[in-house]
Write a protein that binds this ligand. Structure first.
Ligand code: G3H
Length: 249
């Protein structure tokens, strides 16, 4: 089967009203292939504006959510609220949530369940730290992060999950994983899904790469058989994001 290429932008904690309008204008003017699915993750406060301004063939994502629909959880945002203001997706388990905010595999899995229940699609981020790669434990770490979610969701839920493999040492560092490094981990993730979930889920789930992706380095990685797209940080705040969206053209 062919997996539709998927490219996400993750604006992280960046943006202003003016910048959101300007970027939406730039992206709306770009020509992209209809064979690519595009999603932009924006800070909560800019989601309604982005959802209103962005081209209809691209979707908007929240960058996180909580595990309750509403209630006394000061400062938190529910998946239902994200949906209410126009988000179709949510990014969960990003390494900045895991490593800066201390969020666990278990909490990420719980968020995944609640987001799916609310009708959002999930970008599930996994990836190892530099010391874990150097210790040869990349796959152990990634499988452990996946395991929490595998235990919490049903086989059918995987149709609404895109995995983003993001080695932490490559995020925002300019030190991109080589196409082969990305391919090796993606292939191992697919193999793991095959045994831990099902051959169908392994075959159909999109596994994307994130970490210092830019217009120059995306093309070769995009050709790898188990790379089904990208999750892009810094470059998604620039016009070059359109070149990444068109990486397979
Ligand atoms: O979610 C995106 C990743 O953290 C990658 O960020 P980056 O492209 O700025 O390295």
């Amino acid at each position: 089967m062919t997996r539709t290429f998927w490219v996400g932008g993750n604006w992280k904690m960046n943006g202003t009203v003016a910048a959101v309008k300007e970027l939406a204008k730039t992206f709306n003017a770009g020509t992209t292939s209809s064979d690519v699915e595009v999603v932009i993750g924006a800070p909560y406060v800019y989601i309604p504006l982005l959802a209103d301004s962005l081209r209809n063939d691209w979707a908007v994502a929240g960058e996180n959510c909580y595990v309750k629909a509403s209630g006394a959880y000061t400062g938190e945002i529910s998946p239902e609220m994200l949906k209410d203001v126009g988000a179709k997706w949510v990014i969960l388990g990003h390494s900045e949530r895991r490593n800066v905010l201390g969020e666990s595999d278990q909490f990420t899995a719980e968020k995944t369940v609640k987001a799916l229940e609310a009708g959002l699609k999930v970008v599930l981020c996994v990836g190892e730290l530099l010391e874990e790669r150097e210790a040869g434990t990349t796959q152990t770490v990634v499988n452990r992060q996946l395991d929490a979610v595998i235990k919490a969701v049903s086989e059918a839920d995987w149709a609404n999950i895109v995995i983003a493999y993001e080695p932490v040492w490559a995020i925002g560092t300019g030190k991109v994983a080589t196409p082969d490094q990305a391919q090796d981990v993606h292939a191992a993730i697919r193999e793991y899904l095959k045994s831990a979930v099902s051959p169908k889920v392994a075959e159909e789930t999109r596994i994307t790469y994130g970490g210092s992706v830019n217009a120059k380095n995306c093309k070769e990685t995009a050709q790898k058989p188990d790379v089904d797209g990208f999750l892009v940080g810094g470059a998604s705040l620039k016009p070059e994001f359109l070149d990444i969206v068109n990486a397979t053209n």
